[in-house]
Design a protein around this ligand. Structure first.
Ligand code: GTP
Ligand code: MN
Length: 586
């Protein structure tokens, strides 16, 4: 068995996908469904088929095996995906150099360099040279446990200790530069460390590998408070959320996540016992990040800093979260404190109580509106209401929408009549065409049953295919698939998917995915019985077609006085009808 087959046969697609998407079991048939992680949707059209080890989304029509899923969701190459799955399942990995493509090699080396850097920074922090940094952490109230849990470290203030370390390990200058951890000197030749004398926060991807760092200055004299890794082949800022890999389990359990602004906030909230907390890494929140959140929880509690930048960022984040269909609450802490400071000053319990009491985003937005507009005039109050209107329109439930509109109007002191007016007006504007997901061609039950049987095993194919004439499948929507199956060499067991898929047109591939995803039979005998029943139906249909045709010919021969011919056709007809009765009795 080659490496890929070995990996595929040792993992279960439901378990793997279940770590990225909340899946619900559909009946007892090994079929699961959930919200598609690859497009925005509010009702699940993403389906995973355990017996086929296959996934398919009926909304955006992505589909494939477990490897395809992990490649797409992690943005990894084929070999990285194999390695990741192998590693998680204790399968020995063949030497990277023997197998992988250039891109996987590059990314693999960058990952190795980041792991090495993280270890080095951590060792520095524990060593005598980390004394000042340790003191700083104590001052900020970080326990050893948190320092350990978050893998915090310290970068050597000298110019090139990490650079030297990389060189000693045999990483080329080119690799070092593309890691973002090392820079080329401008004036003279040589390289130097990007992070020097800073407190180091490792940033992980969703599978828990270090892919970047944030480095905090320890004195306020430093020009930049934080320096973050640049984008590299393994680090795309708009995709990554700080702490997501540690937050995932908590998010699943509580069905919520706390979104904060900074690394320190994440650690502070986590230390207060709320593990479902994440931050974007010093950039504005993106739709991709929001989708990553939505895979694990429905509610987001936005808890940004109470300064102007934080407030503006909250406004943007709220809109984005609503657009992606999440439920949003906002926590603004009193005393101008950020989450980290609040938890330190008032204690973990007080912070958690605040979180529980966080209001829906409307209250927060309404308060924003009261500050922004002149509430003494009726125009100002109306403007404030209009400021809130887009968010009100995003509420999909009509009754809830009307009730919140009334609440808000009351809170802002706007007349109810005007409110209803505005709601109606914007509802008409809103009725612009909504983009529809492409209509799914529905496959007839007969085709579906026959094909799932044909895909199941060689013995089934041997029984069914010879009886399935080209004429019978002529009108099949899935004719192309059947034709390819007819041409394919006999194989033991289920049809090798890639081989089949590779020979199909995109349209037929999509049909194939649909069939596989809808396959909920677990009983192979039943599958075969159903297939035979379908065959009998098709055969009967064919005979009926022939009989009807003959009858028409008899009639026209009689009508035109060709009696010899009519008699001959009658005899044929009788024989066919007799056969047919026998056939139906089968
Ligand atoms: P403390 O100030 O130590 O409590 O850290 P913090 O994590 O709370 O940081 P802060 O609230 O100031 O900033 C929020 C996030 O923005 C940080 O975690 C960084 O990701 C990012 N950030 C802050 N300052 C800078 C900067 O000077 N440069 C860059 N690139 N990012 C920054
Ligand atoms: Mn802070």
């Amino acid at each position: 068995m080659d490496f890929k087959e070995q990996v595929k046969s040792s993992v279960d697609i439901v378990k793997v996908i279940g770590e990225y998407v909340r899946l619900r079991r559909m009946g007892a048939t090994g079929r699961y469904s959930g919200l598609c992680p690859f497009h925005q949707e509010k009702t699940p059209s993403f389906s995973v088929n355990q017996s086929r080890q296959f996934f398919k989304c009926f909304g955006c029509s992505v589909g494939g095996d477990v490897i395809k899923f992990v490649m797409d969701i992690e943005g990894m190459t084929f070999w990285e995906t194999l390695n990741l799955l192998a590693e998680r399942n204790g399968i020995p990995i063949p030497k990277r150099t023997e197998y992988s493509d250039a891109e996987s090699k590059l990314r693999g080396a960058l990952m190795d360099m980041h792991a090495l850097a993280a270890r080095t920074f951590q060792a520095n922090l524990r060593s005598p040279q980390g004394g000042e940094a340790r003191e700083y952490l104590v001052r900020r109230g970080l326990s050893d446990e948190m320092i350990e849990a978050f893998g915090l470290g310290y970068s050597d203030p000298g110019w090139d200790s990490l650079t030297k370390r990389f060189s000693a390990e045999g990483f080329s200058a080119e690799l070092q530069e593309s890691s973002g951890l090392v820079r080329r000197r401008q004036e003279s030749s040589g390289h130097y460390d990007s992070f020097r004398g800073r407190l180091m926060f490792p940033i992980h991807n969703e599978s828990g590998k270090v892919i970047a760092f944030g480095g905090r200055a320890m004195s306020s004299e430093e020009q930049a408070k934080y320096i973050n890794s640049p984008e590299t082949p393994i680090y795309r800022k708009s995709y990554v959320l700080y702490n997501l890999h540690r937050a995932r389990d908590g998010m699943r359990h509580s069905n919520r996540v706390v979104l904060v602004e900074g690394y320190m906030d994440v650690i502070g909230v986590y230390a207060a016992g709320v593990k479902e907390v994440v931050a974007s890494c010093g950039t504005a929140l993106t739709a991709t990040q929001v989708r990553a959140l939505r895979r694990h929880a429905d509610t987001v509690i936005v808890n940004f800093d109470p300064d102007t930048a934080g407030i503006n960022a909250s406004e943007r984040a709220i809109q984005l979260l609503l657009d992606e269909g999440l439920r949003v609450r906002v926590l603004s802490l009193d005393g101008g404190l950020d989450p980290d400071e609040y938890a330190k000053q008032h204690g973990a319990e007080a912070y958690r109580a605040k979180l529980e009491s966080a209001n829906g985003y409307f209250h927060w937005l309404a308060d924003r509106a009261r500050v922004k507009f002149d509430m003494r005039t009726s125009e100002g109050r109306m403007d404030a209401f209009k400021f809130l209107l887009p968010s009100i329109q995003k509420i999909s439930d009509r009754l809830e929408r009307a009730s919140i509109a009334n609440d808000v109007a009351g809170y802002l002191g706007v007349e109810t009549g005007l409110v209803l007016d505005q709601l109606k007006r914007s509802a008409t504007e809103r009725r612009a065409p909504v983009p529809q997901t492409p209509a799914q061609a529905s496959i007839s039950a007969i085709e579906r049953i026959l094909l799932t049987a044909l895909l199941a095993g060689q013995d089934v194919r041997e029984q069914i295919l010879p009886r399935l004439s080209a004429q019978m499948t002529e009108a099949f929507q899935t004719r192309e698939i059947v034709d390819v199956l007819r041409q394919m060499a006999p194989a033991d067991g289920p049809v090798p998917f890639e081989a089949l898929e590779g020979r199909l047109s995109p349209a037929a591939q999509s049909l194939l995915h649909q069939i596989i995803a809808a396959d909920d039979t677990s009983d192979e005998t039943q599958r075969l019985e159903h297939a035979h029943a379908c065959l009998r139906r098709l055969e009967a249909d064919r005979r009926k077609g022939q009989i009807d045709g003959l009858r028409a010919r008899v009639k026209s021969a009689e009508g035109e006085g060709r009696l010899d011919e009519a008699l001959r056709l009658m005899a044929e007809l009788t024989k066919l009808e007799r056969d047919n009765q026998k056939g139906e009795g089968l």
